[in-house]
Design a binder for this molecule. Structure first.
Ligand SMILES: CC(=O)N[C@H]1[C@@H](OP(=O)(O)O)O[C@H](CO)[C@@H](O)[C@@H]1O
Ligand SMILES: [Mg+2]
Length: 545
């Protein structure tokens, strides 16, 4: 077959042999499991990236990371030409290829090439990034082995945050229009936009612009460290959990703080100090603080979306063009945030299935599409038309209108338009707080979160649960939704739903209600219903709070 050296593929594939009987799925965030089981997947994703690159005639990205998972895990995902997540039809190809038995690798490759009409004669270019896990470097080499055996060219960026790799891919496929595809280019673009944006901010003492960052013992520590010198005196960062002592994501990081609703270990916090946490690959961020009475306050992705969209809406009103703004959330968004956005902010809110690709896709429908998962993964997308309009106004209009347009212009540059990005989101948030003169408490006071609880239930086969209405209603197994409806009725301001996780072998339960006791109790009762009606295994869920 022209364009494929089948003999070499077979030879190299045998060096990255698939463990017998191992079946993996390209899930919400690519493949993810124990690092020791991933060598064959990495090699094969190198192969697949070459095919995708030939088919799209673009640079494709491969990121080696397992984000907020424990240190011994790892994972891989492909990044499509505009820095987006891999197209769904190719997720299927990825699953097929990853699970092919050794002797079938060749035929699966040919099959994908045929189905996706890949012209094997074309060139291929792949860029690679990896997180700080001990297993990542070797796994990245397996990816490279896959790329080269199929004749693809590559550039290995080495250590990068996930959103930085998305940025690189986007830059490379837009002839540098989005920015320079180097780490220096990334820092320069963001820091210049941040400096421009905050020029007008009133200065009110040094304390105002200082921020403590929990880096989850991950890549964020390294990259924020590199970026600090670009930020000059605009923002003073104090980094914690930088990976010199603790383990990655262990008792720290954005996922820990959001899930347990408590501060990370390894961070010194004084009351009313503004603090934030990144996750293991720095694509999520949450903020928090202790109040004067020692109570912990979490400011999650929903409240980040509320701050950002209220700021953007104001600027859009100032420029007076009819640019529409929409906010995209998932079912996990706190009910108070949805109410605030719809009733107070008067912005339209949409709910999609869990997983950034769903939110990203929906957000592309607006001139200004704000999307955030409650866990802190999100960004803002500007349509090409909106961007052009704003750029024009920033040049031509006068006074207040021009000032607003210039701010929007810098905000466009400061957001990572390819993917949610903890560094970029942090800079946007810090800029908004500085410009509006808001303290962390004032931001927190936009609305009060409804108390909520998330639980996990183990079942024999989580796929027995299917859902509809953006995962808010269970269709199967029979009787489950009725049971949930009856339980929800027992509590005030209550809501609950269940869905199979796309990244773990469990069913997730979410409940909210007027008090923490009620939310905990409702979550527990719903867990029992799942256990009984959806084939629970092991211990019955116990009330754990
Ligand atoms: C409730 C929750 O936070 N779910 C997370 C989690 O997905 P699950 O499908 O729920 O396991 O991991 C995804 C990938 O990081 C993230 O996009 C999503 O928001
Ligand atoms: Mg992540």
């Amino acid at each position: 077959m022209v364009g494929m050296d089948l003999e070499a593929i077979t030879k190299h594939s045998a060096l990255h042999a698939k463990p017998n009987g191992l079946i993996l799925q390209y899930g919400t965030a690519g493949f993810r499991t124990k690092a020791v089981h991933l060598d064959h997947v990495m090699f094969r994703m190198g192969l697949l990236a070459v095919l995708r690159s030939k088919q799209t005639q673009s640079t494709i990205g491969v990121m080696v990371t397992a984000s907020h998972n424990p240190e011994e895990d790892n994972g891989v995902k492909l990044v499509d030409p505009l820095g987006e997540m891999l197209a769904p039809s190719w997720e299927e190809h990825a699953t097929c290829l990853a699970n092919a038995e050794e002797q079938d690798v060749q035929s699966v490759l040919l099959d994908i090439s045929k189905k996706a009409a890949v012209d094997l004669q074309r060139d291929a270019y792949v860029v690679i990034g990896r997180d700080t896990r001990p297993s990542s470097e070797k796994l990245a080499h397996s990816v490279i082995d896959g790329i080269t055996v199929l004749g693809g060219q590559f550039h290995d960026y080495g250590l990068l945050t996930t959103p930085q790799l998305h940025y690189m891919v986007y830059c490379r496929n837009t002839s540098g229009q989005y920015g320079k595809a180097t780490i220096d280019g990334y820092y320069q673009k963001l820091s210049a936009a941040f400096a421009e944006l905050t020029k007008q901010a009133p200065r009110s003492g040094d304390g105002f612009r200082s921020l403590k960052v929990d880096c989850a013992n991950g890549i964020g520590a390294l990259k924020l460290g590199e970026m600090e010198r670009y930020l000059s005196q605009g923002l003073s960062l104090q980094l914690f959990n930088v990976g010199t002592e603790g383990r990655l994501n262990h008792l720290c990081g954005a996922d820990f703080v959001k899930s347990y609703q408590k501060p990370p270990q390894g961070m010194e916090m004084k009351s009313n100090e503004r603090c934030c946490s990144f996750d293991g690959d720095a694509d999520r961020i949450v903020y928090y603080y202790y109040d004067a009475d020692g109570h912990f306050h979490l400011i999650d992705g929903d409240k980040i979306a509320a701050l950002i969209s209220s700021f953007l809406k104001e600027l859009l009103l100032e420029i007076g063009e009819n640019l529409n703004i929409g906010v995209v959330q998932t079912a996990y968004a706190n009910g108070s945030s949805t109410r605030f956005l719809e009733e107070v902010m008067k912005v339209p809110v949409y709910c999609t299935k869990t997983g950034v690709k769903h939110l990203h896709h929906k957000a592309q429908e607006f001139d200004v599409g704000v999307y955030f998962e409650a866990n802190g993964h999100g960004t803002v997308l500007f349509s090409k038309a909106a961007e052009m309009k704003i750029k024009q106004l920033a040049k031509e209009s006068k006074d207040e209108k021009r000032k607003a347009a210039k701010m929007l212009e810098n905000i466009i540059d400061l957001f990572n338009q390819a993917a949610g990005d903890a560094i970029s989101d942090m800079l946007v948030i810090e800029a908004i707080l500085a410009l509006k003169g808001l303290t962390v408490q004032q931001w927190d006071a936009l609305y009060t979160d409804l108390p909520n609880r998330q639980l996990k239930v183990k079942v024999a086969d989580r796929q027995v649960i299917s859902t509809t209405d953006a995962e808010r209603q269970a269709v199967t197994p029979p009787g489950l939704q009725e049971a949930i409806n009856n339980l929800v009725k027992k509590y005030k301001l209550s809501r609950a739903f269940v869905r199979p996780s796309g990244t773990e072998d469990i069913v997730r339960v979410y409940a909210e209600a007027d008090s923490q006791e009620s939310a905990d109790s409702l979550a527990h009762e719903v867990s029992l219903a799942v256990f009984q009606l959806a084939g629970g295994v092991g211990e019955r869920p116990a009330p754990c709070f």
